[in-house]
Design a protein around this ligand. Structure first.
Ligand SMILES: [Zn+2]
Length: 300
């Protein structure tokens, strides 16, 4: 199973910044030490170029991110200080989802060990998201004529608002988001299917809602490729999530999504999305379990 990573393109953050940037390197180290993934399957993706980014973003926004001419307000909304490294890392992270989609279409399954930056809109970023990797990759796979129909299955605890907005008029890309009703973003966009869950929703109710959602997704979209945002933040000890899923519940969630795709012959590219557990090891556990579970299920 090919795993695309960009954690060595470090985005410098001020001391005490609340984004857990170190989770990515720790995830890669955990997977490398698992004995399950061969060293040759860890790949560095090419950076996404301007033309590819512009499949989902305004050329002017791409140009201003690249050149460092976002306004202070736009930069605050993203939540990271601008630096050339921020640009390179954002391009590589989008490139990793692109590469994972291409590998998944060849081999059934692949993953980006970052990405899932679903709060990035066509003309602005927010919530630690600069470029919307899933929207870019869905559009690129169609533009490259590798597939006609894509489903984006977003199980991060926050709504995929940027993805929904960017792809609102794209009939051949189905957007599904299952998230906490009271979580950020407080103004939700309309995905093709949204499921909003109450604070404190636990494993059983979550999995029942997910099953219902997946049935609806595949009844409405005969997808050839799924991009799965496997956010770790529905976890019960997450600082930003408000749901109460256990690690076993999250593993069951992954298995539900992946089995539903595999049963239909749909290739899956996985992106990590959010994860803000009080103990970063918990976030790494959850993301690692997603990857190892997928490798097992797809025999990759
Ligand atoms: Zn999130």
């Amino acid at each position: 199973m090919k795993l695309f990573y960009a954690d060595h393109f470090v985005l410098p953050l001020p001391a005490g910044h609340r984004f857990p940037m170190e989770k990515y390197a720790r995830l890669r180290a955990r997977l490398a030490g698992s004995g399950r993934i061969s060293a040759a399957d860890f790949r560095v993706p090419p950076a996404a170029d301007d033309a590819t980014l512009a499949l989902a973003h305004c050329p002017d926004y791409v140009r201003r991110v690249a050149g460092g001419s976002l306004t202070a307000q736009e930069q605050r909304r993203i939540g990271f200080p601008w630096s050339p490294q921020m640009v390179e890392r954002s391009r590589r992270s989008a490139g990793a989802t692109l590469a994972a989609c291409r590998a998944a279409l060849d081999e059934g399954i692949a993953a980006n060990l970052a990405g899932g930056t679903h709060h990035a809109f066509r003309d602005h970023g927010e919530g630690f998201c600069v470029f919307n990797d899933a929207a870019i990759a869905a559009c690129a796979m169609r533009a490259e004529q590798r597939v006609s129909r894509v489903a984006i299955i977003d199980c991060d605890v926050h709504q995929g608002n940027g993805t929904a907005a960017i792809l609102a008029d794209e009939r051949d890309v189905f957007t599904f988001s299952i998230h906490g009703a009271k979580n950020y973003p407080f103004h939700k966009e309309a995905s093709d299917l949204d499921i909003e869950l109450a604070d404190g929703t636990g494993d059983a109710a979550y999995l029942a809602a997910l099953d219902h959602g997946l049935d609806k997704v595949f009844a409405q979209c005969d997808a050839q490729l799924a991009i799965y945002l496997a956010g770790a933040d529905p976890f019960e000890d997450d600082r930003l999530g408000r749901l109460k899923l256990t690690k076993a519940g999250l593993a069951a969630r992954d298995a539900r999504v992946l089995t539903a795709c595999k049963a239909r012959g749909i290739s899956v590219a996985i992106a990590m999305a959010g994860g803000y557990a009080r103990n970063i090891d918990d976030t790494v556990d959850i993301h690692a379990a997603t990857i190892l579970g997928a490798a097992e299920l797809f025999g990759a």
